[in-house]
Structure formats: structure tokens, C-alpha cells
Ligand binder design. Sequence first.
Ligand SMILES: *Cc1c(COP(=O)(O)O)cnc(C)c1O
Length: 640
Amino acid sequence: MTSPAIHPCFLGPYGENDALLEKLVVEFLRDHVYWRRNFHPEDPPAIPTGAAGEPAFREFEARMRRELHALSASLKKSVPFHSPRYIGHMVSDLLLPGLLAQFLTLPYNPNNVSLDAAPVTIDLELKAGLQLARMLGYVDDPARPDCAFGHLTSGGTLANFQSLRLALALKAFPVALRAVSPPGLDVPEDDWAAFNLAPAAGIDLLERWTAWLAHCPTPQRRQWRQRLAAERLESLGLADFLARHPTLSTPRVLAPVTAHYSWSKGMKLMGLGRAQLELVPERGMRTDIDALETMLARYEHDRQPVLMVVGVLGSTEFGTIDPIHELVAARERWAMRGLGFGVHVDAAWGGYLATLFREADGRLRALADMREEYRDFPAPEVHAAVGALGQADSITVDPHKLGYIPYGAGAFLCRDQRAMALLAEDADYVFTPGEDGDYFQRFRQLGRYIPEGSKPGAAAAAVYVTHRVLPLDHEHFGQLPRESILATEAFRTAATRFSARLRDRVTCRIPFEPDSNLICLALNPAGNRDVATMNRFVRALHRDLCYDPRQPLQSREFFGSMTTLRPEVLGAGETADILASLGLDPATLDAGGDDDDRLVILRHTLMNPFLLDTGNGISYLEMYFEHLERRATALLAAAA
Ligand SMILES: *Cc1c(COP(=O)(O)O)cnc(C)c1O
């Protein structure tokens, strides 16, 4: 049953908390108006008191109303994300604290590009970064020099871009510093060694350079800065930088085959090139660590530099979690051998699952304590992966996914804020301690560090306030992902029963056990051996689960999504296993038809907090499987 703690959190599937939302919207709108009036109450109103009676005013109002009514009417065709009948993509109802903080902040229109434009919400963004840092296991004390830093982005895509930017800056900086070779400063012995420092060693070198500069007399300090700036990759561009350092080449990025397509976009945008993105094979839709080792050994042999290894915490299609602990161990091992690279965790989807693993005091929860709350969650490897997040060099997490915050709120975090100096749009990396100020002073000039410029302060307010109302530990925010993990376990039970019930009509399999709350179903008509026939069957089921602008919304019982299993991703062994488990003939895979080079499967995102029986005897998950049974039976009857 859904926990009562969740009852006040959302507007609710039926708009149950409408009175609460309305009361607070009106209260804070009035509050905003008083603020305007109290700025200079002695100023007379600029819009005359009787203006509302003027013909032009009334005409404008009528036009505005007409258009707003038209908008409101057309929005009724929106996808009902809020409903427990929506188990399609990565979105659900919105948390009231975030929604209200947005509403409340919008009319003030703060711009989080800098302190001047957002005296209040810039700090909220920096604090939201620290809240997320704590959730993920990073140092979150801004008084410590190695404190983490986090900022918001429009989404996970941009946060992933930022990770590439930072990793490249950190990788190339030691090479530039070596080219300048300030006397008395210990620099790596050659270009290859400089380009292959692990990120932590790069940050250490940056620190020593900053300290070296601080001891320089002022006029020479400026010269040294300029000499370094001229050698940096950021000023030369990749082509000229590599031309000056012929032992180096464009570094590769290694991401798992499950990686989101934003990585492909990022490689293009950074000018690294899509061809430098190498996909690491999977095992059970998790990074195959042995395959990664083999690739790294080949790169070492070929003297091919590596920029970063990406791990996914909650893959977009299967909800699987990469062994982050093994990735950071590999980073340490290879750094010792002179092949340095960073580890970035793409936790756009799964980042907030970390709340389940966090005690209120910030410690990692014991695996045994967690296992008491669930049937199978978390697997020991998942616990180890989350426990290792604090050692990753940077992390992407999307408050607008499992944070239940309005779009666009993504976040980028890096483990050690000192690295950010390399991204500053002017020569911040040479700031002397006096100019540098404290953590907040430095990062309030946010626009210098982020890929974007103007950006909404209202989004920062939404994220910050939500984390204050629901602190990011298992007792508070964790109630939400807990509900979704329990729903996933219930979904698996229901799927097993469904599978048994329909045994002589449909073969039903869960192709990959999820580590979190995304789950796929493969469905094949019993006795069918042909891949294309199965795909037609699943596509027909999915047509009933997806948005159709020609049909009234209510004609849809449920919303789901679909994805495909491709042999080139699965590899020969897993492909054979899955075909066999579904009773499919391998000869019909890629037999030359239009739709037989992959397996079409249904995909479900179980993040709605009201999927389980809420006390009125209705389980939406049970209803979903009854719906699938009716549709499957009808399709089979029609085909017979
Ligand atoms: C959703 C997602 C992204 C992209 O995030 P956006 O917010 O859509 O830009 C990147 N990586 C993963 C793993 C995701 O699930």
C-alpha cells in the first residue's frame, strides 16, 4: 500500500490536493504583488486605475482570453503523465514543493547567469548542487578545498556535454603547462605522461601551479598566465593543439552500449568526432568489465589516449546499473600504468535512487538494512556501485526525471570544485587566493563556468525547495523511489502470474532483470518461431499503449513505451539465449525482411507513486496485465 507520507506530495491523479495548490498559488501571487507595491509606494500607478474600462484594454483582454482558452483546450490532448495508467517514459506527476517554488519564483524572473541578475536564486542553485553532492557521496562542505561543485542545466544532455568539457580541459591542461614549464615547478616528463594524468593528479598539478603563480611578482604573473593560456587546447583548438604535440592523438570516450544518444551528440559538439566514441560491450545490459579491460590494454599498446569511461546508473532502456566501483578501480589501476582517464557516471535517470542508500547523517546505508525492505533490491553489486559514486570524477543527474521536478532541470556535478577553474571563461585558473574568495563568492559568477548563459532561477528554486522539504535520504525523499522499487517488484510478480496464465497463448519473458524501476517485457505468440511475426504482434500491442492524436485520450487504457533488442548490442551469446527463451528460430532473425533485424519489446517506467493499491482495492499494475491479456487474446483471435 502507498505510504501516507506521499499523500501531500503531489497534486494527485484526481487533482485530490487542488485546494492546497490553489491556496498557495494565490497566497504567493498576492505576496509578489505586495512586493512590487512596496518598492516605491510613493510612485503613482503607471497604468491608470480606470484603464480596464478602455476599449483597447477590453479588446486586448478578449484576445488574450480567446487564445488562452484555445491553448487550455488544446492542452487537454496532452499525455496524462500524472496518471498511474501512464507507465511509458521517464516522467510522472510533479512534486508540489517544486511546482509551487516555480510558480512563486516565475514573476520575479531571476536569471541564474550571475549574481547581478539573480541575487537570491544563484545561491539556491549552488546549494542545490551541494544537496545533490551529499546525496551522491561527494564532499559537500564548501569550507573544504576539495568540496564538490554542482550546477543545474537544461537537462541530462547538457550535463553530459559539460562532463566532456571538464574532462578535456583537465586532460589537456598538464600538456599546456609542460609546454610553458615554469621554472621550479615539477611538470610531467613528457607529453604522453602529461596527457595521461588521472584527473586527481591533474587537479593536484593545477593547485601547485596556482600556488607557484601566487609567489610570482605581479607583472610576471600576468605574463605566465598569458603564456599558459596561449598553449591551452581551449585557445588553440584540437587540431593545432595536437599538431604541437605529435605524440598525442584525439582521446577516445568509452561508453557502454546502453549509453544515451546524448553521448553521440556530445562527441560531435565537442569536435572530438563521433568515431572517437567507443561502445563497451554489455553483459546483462551492464558494462562488461572484462571487455573494458581488453579495450584499455589495446589502447595502452597502441598509445591511444582515453578521455573518460562513462558508467550508466540506470540505463534509459533497461534500468540497469553499471559496476561503478569497478570502473573507478580500473581508473586507479590504469593510471598507475600511465593510461590516465576520468570516470563519469551518467545517472540522469538513476541518480535519485541514491537517496535510498543514504542515512540522514549522510552515511551509506548497510546492505542488510536495505534488503529487509524489499524482496530482492538492491543487488550487492548495485549497493557497491552506489557506494562508489563519490569516487567518480563527475556525475549527471536529472531532477526533472526521478526528482519529480518540472522540465528543464538537469544537473552536473564534479567531485572537486577546484577543477572548475579550468572552465572559467576568463583566466580564473590563475586567480590568486585573495581574488578567489570563498566557494559561494567564486561560483556566484555562474555564467563563467557553465555551457549556457541566461537560465531560469525558477528551476533552481524548485530543486532547492524540494530538497529542503524532502531531504535526500531514505527516510524522506527516499519514500518516492522506494515506492517505485516496490512497484517494480510487484510488476515482476504480476508478470510471472500473467506468463503462467497465458502459457498456451503467449510466451512472456523479462529479457533483463532490472536493477531499478524500468522493466521490459518480450511477448511472443505461443508456437510462433518467426521474428517478424513476433515484432508485428508487439507493435500491435504497443499501438494500443501509445498516444494517438486521432483518438480521444480516454480511449487509451494505459500508456507504455517500446524499445528494441539488437543483435549487434547483445552479442551472439545473449541473442541466442533470448531467441531460445522465446521459442524463436534464429534463422528468421535478419532474414532480409523489413522488421526482423531486431526484437521489439515493451518498456515500462514505474515511477508513478500510486501504482500499488492505495487502499481502495485497485492495483494499476494488476489492471495493466489484465489489459495486456485482453489485447493479446483479441489480437490472436483476429490473426487466427
Ligand atoms: C534522460 C537521459 C539523458 C538525457 O537527459 P535529458 O534530460 O533528456 O537531456 C542522458 N542519459 C541518460 C542515462 C538518460 O536517462
